[in-house]
Design a protein around this ligand. Structure first.
Ligand SMILES: [Zn+2]
Ligand SMILES: [Zn+2]
Length: 194
């Protein structure tokens, strides 16, 4: 939704019908229809870029549930601050929080525990890592890829903030080749092939 075609996600526990909304990007009416007759318990934010939180105030007011996010952004006031390793309950299911800085300092990924799906925000896309704004941020992205994301199993399916989902194992060789190269003071939009 929105001018940057940001993906918003709803996860619903099939047993209890409790749900979470991940990245209230925009279009509150669309988000409400995605939630259907589930019972929302939280709004989760992958990072506080405007294209991911365009409807955060409208949805917080409509749903009356806490907004949860990493505290490393001044653009969003979270009701619950999340850090690496935190857990978020959704009915009979649990989401794990990974801090994955680089694209932004407050970037987090949400993994469905006991499952192979991870919501990765703009940390990683099928074609490359998320945009970076400085050489330092790019180096942090490389550390996140090495230390966090590549530690996930091959059958992990990544659901990004833009574009299609992909299987991590299908990208592992390209990511490892990308990490093996020297990128100097590069920052910006990167592809695995560069
Ligand atoms: Zn972003
Ligand atoms: Zn984005």
């Amino acid at each position: 939704m929105g001018p940057w075609a940001t993906n918003a996600y709803v996860l619903v526990c099939p047993v209890t019908s409790e749900s979470v909304l991940i990245d209230p990007a925009g279009e509150p009416e669309t988000l409400l229809s995605m939630l259907g007759d589930s019972t929302p318990v939280a709004i989760l934010v992958t990072h506080a870029h405007p294209d991911h939180i365009g409807a955060v105030d409208a949805m917080r007011a409509a749903l009356q549930v806490p907004v949860m996010a990493h505290p490393g952004s001044t653009l969003l006031k979270a009701d619950r601050c999340l850090k690496n390793g935190d857990l978020v309950e959704v009915g009979d299911h649990t989401l794990g929080v990974y801090h994955t800085p680089g694209h932004t300092g407050d970037s987090v990924c949400y993994s469905v525990q006991g499952d192979n799906r991870v919501l990765v925000g703009d940390a990683i896309f099928e074609g490359g890592p998320g945009h970076t704004s400085s050489p330092g941020d790019f180096r942090v992205t490389l550390e996140t890829l090495r230390g966090v994301i590549l530690a996930w199993p091959d059958d992990t399916v990544c659901y990004p903030g833009h574009g299609a989902s992909f299987r991590l194992g299908d990208k592992r060789v390209a990511i490892q080749a990308f990490l093996a190269k020297g990128h100097g003071d590069f920052f910006g939009d990167a592809t695995w092939e560069m």
